[in-house]
Design a protein around this ligand. Structure first.
Ligand SMILES: *Cc1c(COP(=O)(O)O)cnc(C)c1O
Length: 374
């Protein structure tokens, strides 16, 4: 049996919720399950925020950037090490990304470098419209520092929390409550899934109202169809939201299991040359995927050796995200950093981390890696 990197893990209650959706006949991108999913998420996040269910995390980012006023000629400053869905919406809007390196102590955006560049840009009157840090592999970015910088320079802050639902920043503050807005993803490989979906979480009521308006084809109030701007068909299906309701019941146990998987790998595989993703003191990562680096000089093997060996055994592992400034599509884009992210990509590997993986399956992964290292 194949061992996957991260696959959907149902609670068993989703089908009950979907049946309720069918009974209500809201087989549509509106309905009681969608309202309920948004309310459940707001209660879970426990903050004064508004939640808008959308068809994907990328759609949520697209709307957030548009509401932030991002358009042609604007810059968006963004973590280079991220997934494509966390950056492409910048291009949808005709804006230009400028990429930032990671801080090695947290593997999230380097706020020291960001602060330096903001000061320079302010002096030259070329500040970005928005900053988009990524909660990499479920680790919250330095929210306090980023929110202070965004306020100081009057720049919008949109946090990509697609991988960090269930994580906490300092003081137990939940990931997904940061910035002007945060985006969540319920894609099939995430902590919880609605088969596909996303959410915009924002403390601004007018941002949430705008998002609902733009996500339903920008319909002005009128009996006919009246449009003063253009919109999108981005609302979450009520059926998908019903799946989300079932998944919310088990969110915390899913996160706990992912953390346990990380801890088991760390206990078994730690040795000179193998470094696990750090977790800053006082923070709580989802460890959506267990990420580590393998130094070939110390271990005698590369991450590709390990990945291909596992693949032969029907075990799926993946290199870390390839930094966006290294992607052919973004060749020539501006990048500020010393290549911390490039180093992580060169030697980094994500191991199977799905919450439905059994201990026996994980032990098999661990044993094969240990045998290959020796
Ligand atoms: C999954 C993900 C997204 C995009 O979410 P979709 O729902 O797949 O559109 C964006 N950013 C990051 C960091 C992600 O991991």
């Amino acid at each position: 049996m194949r061992i996957y990197l991260s696959r959907p893990h149902m609670s068993g209650h989703e089908e009950v919720r979907v049946a309720e959706a069918f009974a209500s006949n809201f087989i549509a991108p509106i309905g009681p399950q969608l309202d309920g999913f948004e309310e459940t998420m707001r209660d879970y996040l426990g903050a004064d925020v508004h939640c808008v269910g959308l068809s994907s995390g990328s759609a949520a980012l697209h709307l957030a950037l548009r509401i932030a006023g991002v358009g042609p000629g604007d810059e968006v400053w963004i973590s280079s090490m991220t997934f494509a869905g966390g950056i492409f919406p910048v291009n949808y809007l005709g804006a230009t990304p400028r990429f930032f390196d990671l801080d090695l102590a947290s593997w999230t955006i380097d706020t020291v470098r960001l602060a330096e560049e903001l000061a320079l840009a302010a002096a030259e009157n070329r500040l970005p419209k928005a900053i988009v840090p990524t909660d990499l592999y479920g680790q919250s970015t330095a929210l306090d520092r980023l929110e202070a910088l965004a306020a100081q320079y009057d720049v919008r802050l949109i946090v990509d929390s697609a991988e960090s639902l269930g994580a906490a920043y300092l003081g137990g503050r939940k990931a997904g409550t940061g910035g002007d807005a945060a985006i969540l993803s319920f894609n099939g490989n995430k902590i919880i899934t609605t088969s596909g979906g996303g959410m915009l979480v924002t403390r601004h009521k007018d941002w949430a109202d705008q998002a609902r308006f733009l996500a339903t084809q920008a319909r002005d109030p009128a009996p006919h169809y009246e449009h003063s701007t253009y919109g999108y068909n981005y609302r979450l299906s009520n059926i998908c939201a019903a799946i989300g309701l079932g998944q919310m019941e088990v969110l915390d146990t899913r996160v706990a299991r992912r953390r346990e998987i990380f801890a088991r790998y760390k206990a078994a595989l730690s040795r000179p040359g193998i470094t696990f993703m750090p977790e800053p003191e006082g923070q709580y990562s989802t460890h959506w995927l267990t990420a580590l680096t393998i130094d070939p000089a110390q271990t005698g093997v590369t991450r590709e050796d390990i990945r291909l060996m596992l693949l032969e055994q029907q075990i799926e592992a993946r290199p870390l995200w390839k930094p966006m400034h290294m992607q052919p599509f973004y060749a020539g884009a501006l990048y500020h950093g010393t290549g911390v992210d490039e180093g992580l990509f060169a030697n980094g590997l994500c191991l199977p981390s799905g919450s439905d993986m059994s201990n026996a399956q994980q032990d098999e992964v661990i044993e094969r890696i240990i045998a290959h290292l020796n």
